[in-house]
Write a protein that binds this ligand. Structure first.
Ligand SMILES: [Zn+2]
Ligand SMILES: [Zn+2]
Length: 393
């Protein structure tokens, strides 16, 4: 097979190398269909990472099709599509048991070298020097994936033409009664029926449901992006859906572990494991679409009814507001994000609270390191956007 091979500082070449084989019962062989050149690969290219040897195959991020599996890999079979994380994890050690996959204790046979160089070792990594296990990487036609029952994430194949055809068939034909008449708040008659029918057909088939719903939401957003002046430019949603489905074939499809929790903002933040919160504060009632603002249609469509739980953000657009109530809401959000190390809060200097009010409020929680502002006067008449960055001391 062909692969990108490191030959020394500033010297990589595409060369013929031996095809990988199953060596252990928990291995799989993946035929690479997409691979990445990462910023980290520059460290190898520039000769900054010790223990590279001429002939090493690089590339640590890739996805593709499983073409062979060892006898102990029960969760994958030939023909599955997978994304392979760059850290190789055994699944059984203390770190793997705590979801700290990149710290796996069992996959780097040369951990002692990394220990000596950096004080500790990570898991074995694909295509990233012998100090990290010397595993051939993913800028290659095929890769041997060790512990393939742990790392690779299965993805669905994108919708094929036949599935797209069948889901779009008769979507424009009105039925007796719309299962979700609320759609008429956002859409014209024809599009509302289209979305209603599409949802019903998507839910009939669990194998394609996620993708069909996501594509449907994007088609609905497309419809929402037209106003009175531009509506003549709008193309049929069926055409848009078909184009989006075609595009998504070149990208990642949705896999079963992707989940949308649909939690209220504060609950979501409290449970989030993240280093950074980017909070984009709505200006207040002024520039929001009221109860029929854009994101609300998606909830209504997917659930088949107006959702009972409306988070603070959606309520913000609908309730009569005072500056006090607005700042209290922001305060509650910041409080529930107190564990998140870094905040970047974006706000606009109009509406109920000024940027000054917001910055004073943030300061009651933690110091602000920097404020960035952007003058949008030219396009929106007197608007200024601020992003305030603060970090936990
Ligand atoms: Zn990378
Ligand atoms: Zn492990």
């Amino acid at each position: 097979m062909r692969a990108v091979v490191w030959q020394g500082k500033h010297n990589v070449q595409v060369q013929e190398v031996p095809d990988p084989k199953i060596l252990n019962p928990r291995d799989a062989i993946v035929r690479v269909t997409l691979t990445a050149i990462c910023g980290s690969d520059l460290h190898l290219y520039n000769g900054d990472i010790p223990t590279m040897q001429p002939g090493d195959v690089v590339g640590h991020e890739f996805m593709g099709e499983v073409v062979d599996v060892g006898r102990e890999v029960k969760n994958l079979s030939k023909g599955d599509w997978v994304v392979v994380p760059f850290a190789i994890a055994c699944g059984g050690c203390f770190f793997c048991q705590h979801d700290l996959w990149s710290l796996c204790d069992n996959t780097n046979p040369n951990a002692s070298i990394a220990d000596a160089a950096y004080g500790y070792s990570s898991a074995g990594l694909f295509g990233y020097s012998h100090m990290y296990g010397g595993y051939p990487g993913g800028q290659a036609e095929y890769v041997r994936v060790p512990f393939a029952d742990v790392g690779p994430v299965k993805i669905y194949e994108p919708l094929n033409d036949e599935q797209v055809f069948s889901i779009l068939q008769d979507t424009y034909i009105p039925g007796v009664r719309m299962s979700n008449p609320d759609l008429r708040r956002w859409f014209g008659e024809a599009d509302a029926w289209w979305l209603d029918n599409l949802r019903r057909k998507a839910l009939e088939d669990p194998a394609i449901q996620d993708q069909a719903l996501v594509l449907g939401m994007r088609a609905g957003d497309y419809a929402q992006s037209f106003g009175e002046l531009t509506c003549e430019l709008k193309r049929p949603l069926t055409t848009i859906f078909r184009e989006l489905a075609g595009n998504s074939r070149t990208r990642l499809a949705i896999h079963p572990h992707n989940r949308a929790y649909n939690l209220p903002v504060q609950e979501f933040l409290r449970a989030a494991r993240a280093d950074l919160m980017y909070l984009n504060l709505p200006a207040g009632q002024a520039d929001f679409g009221g109860p029929a603002g854009p994101p609300a249609w998606q909830d209504t469509w997917v659930l088949g009814r107006i959702p009972d739980v409306i988070d603070d953000f959606s309520r913000l657009a609908t309730l009569p507001q005072s500056k006090k109530a607005y700042l209290e809401m922001v305060d509650r959000i910041l409080l529930s994000a107190s564990r998140i190390r870094k905040w970047a809060v974006e706000c606009r200097d109009i509406g109920l609270a000024s940027a000054r009010d917001i910055s004073d409020l943030i300061k009651t929680h933690r110091n602000i390191q920097a404020t960035y502002s952007k003058d949008l006067t030219e396009i929106s008449g007197g608007l200024r956007n601020y992003v305030m960055v603060s970090e936990l001391a």
